[in-house]
Write a protein that binds this ligand. Structure first.
Ligand code: NAD
Length: 410
């Protein structure tokens, strides 16, 4: 994308703690841009409405103007949005992702010095989750027990598809899990390109293909085929390794692997989801980029976030690499239990802002944010979510934590 020196960045303040974290986060991002580029570059923040604030002002939770703004300016950022209950809307986040076809949910997992972690060598954790965002069981195709559609669907499965009716009592509800070749390929393609561009060592395809062969299994197979067809010279697949092992023996396979590594080729491998959840805790450094389907990605994102301080400091982005649309977001929810108390950690939104800067190509400014964050945590200055877990820490309010980061940027 072509980035002007003063890009307009639409932002959604968000519900609950959204109001508490948005302004301090913007101050941090602005300070980092100023430090990097003086007055030559600047973000122009433009508020757009969504969630409760939008409903109160317009009677609509997600006004068309908001979607139009994200389309017009390509890149935006958002605070958390409460999922309205019983209002005929499933989730505003899902609506945004689907309308703009933001097919990648990217979550970098990075540890900052001093942050409490349940893993032994958190300094070696450097993972990047690519979660498919538009398909899978999250596509929203569900039929509730007793509903006419559920009855029809059950009849269809039994009468037309030959499924044994004993498996589906009349009280069954149903959810459909669509996984397409195009959807899988574009996600895995983005993950491989990301690994190549950043010179990362591997892409792990995480799936439950052993059980769900035609959805999760197909995702894995399409992934390997894509790596071999589109990135033949830049990748070395585990399938290829296994084939060499079969044809020429284990030594030849190992030699081929170390040659591939020496040439900087990205290793493409796969792991079953349950094994991955265990492995990623025990040996997190064995994984770099992770490509996975929607539901797996949801679970994996929060588990990996817990390794580096939790959702309060884990950033995220929803991206369509074809159109360029990207919305960066706090990965946590609206935390109604602490809204307005000054306890919220703005770290997730601040780091999402740093990801936005990277996406614009403003890497120097992003580095200022990361360095200042590192400095702040290593001096044990934290918000309430991390305070009780860190010995000798100093407790700061949301706003004071942002000020401390700004001081460290300077
Ligand atoms: P939550 O993330 O809001 O809260 C879970 C726990 O984490 C709470 O104890 C909360 O106090 C704490 N927490 C969350 N963010 C924090 C922060 N920045 N600093 C310190 N502590 C933090 O999850 P929930 O309670 O399940 O959901 C509340 C609402 O948020 C629901 O309506 C849900 O649908 C919505 N939600 C929105 C998003 C999003 O907009 N991306 C994501 C998740 C949940």
């Amino acid at each position: 994308i072509i980035v002007p020196d003063q890009p307009i960045i639409p932002f959604i303040e968000g519900d609950g703690i959204g109001k508490d974290i948005t302004e301090p986060s913007q101050r941090v991002i602005d300070a980092a841009v100023k430090k990097a580029y003086g007055t030559t570059k600047k973000l122009i923040w433009k508020e757009v409405l969504a969630g409760k604030k939008a409903f109160a002002l317009t009677g609509n939770y997600l006004p068309d103007e908001t979607l139009e703004a994200f389309k017009e300016y390509l890149v935006g950022i958002k605070g958390p949005l409460e999922t309205p209950v019983g209002e005929g809307i499933r989730s505003l986040n899902v609506a945004l992702r689907q309308t703009l076809d933001l097919y990648v949910c990217l979550r970098p997992i990075r540890w900052f010095k001093g942050v409490p972690s349940p893993v032994r060598f958190p300094e070696l954790v450097d993972m990047h989750i690519f979660r498919e965002n538009t398909e899978d069981i999250y596509a929203g195709i569900e039929f509730m027990t007793g509903d006419e559609k559920a009855i029809k669907f059950r009849d269809f499965l039994i009468n037309e598809m030959g499924v044994d009716k004993i498996r589906f009592p009349e009280s069954s509800s149903f959810g459909v899990k669509p996984v397409s070749k195009e959807g899988s390929e574009r996600l895995i393609r983005a993950a491989i390109k990301y690994a190549i561009d950043r010179e990362l060592p591997s892409v792990t395809i995480v799936h439950k293909g052993n059980i769900m062969k035609f959805t999760e299994g197909a995702f894995k197979n399409w992934g390997y085929a894509l790596a071999e067809n589109e990135f033949e010279h830049q990748t070395f697949t585990w399938k290829k390794y296994k084939q060499i092992e079969l044809d020429e023996g284990p030594d030849a396979a190992k030699t081929a692997l170390s040659k591939a590594k020496g040439m900087g080729k990205v290793i493409i491998k796969d792991v079953i989801t349950d094994a991955f959840l265990q492995e990623s805790l025990l040996h997190p450094f064995e994984h770099s980029v992770i490509a996975t389907l929607n539901l797996n990605g949801d679970y994996i994102s929060d588990q990996l976030a817990a390794m580096v301080g939790g959702i309060g400091i884990s950033p995220g982005a929803n991206i369509n690499y074809n159109s360029g649309y990207a919305i960066f977001e706090a990965t946590h929810g609206t935390a109604p239990n602490i809204a307005g108390t000054g306890k919220a950690n703005p770290g997730s939104l601040i780091l999402s802002g740093a990801m936005l800067l990277e996406y614009l190509g403003w890497h120097e400014a992003a580095e200022h944010v990361y360095d200042a964050m590192d400095h702040t945590f290593s001096k044990r200055k934290v918000t309430s979510d991390l305070y009780s877990m860190m010995e000798g820490a100093t407790l700061l309010s949301t706003s004071n934590f942002a000020d401390e980061i700004i001081r460290n940027i300077h």
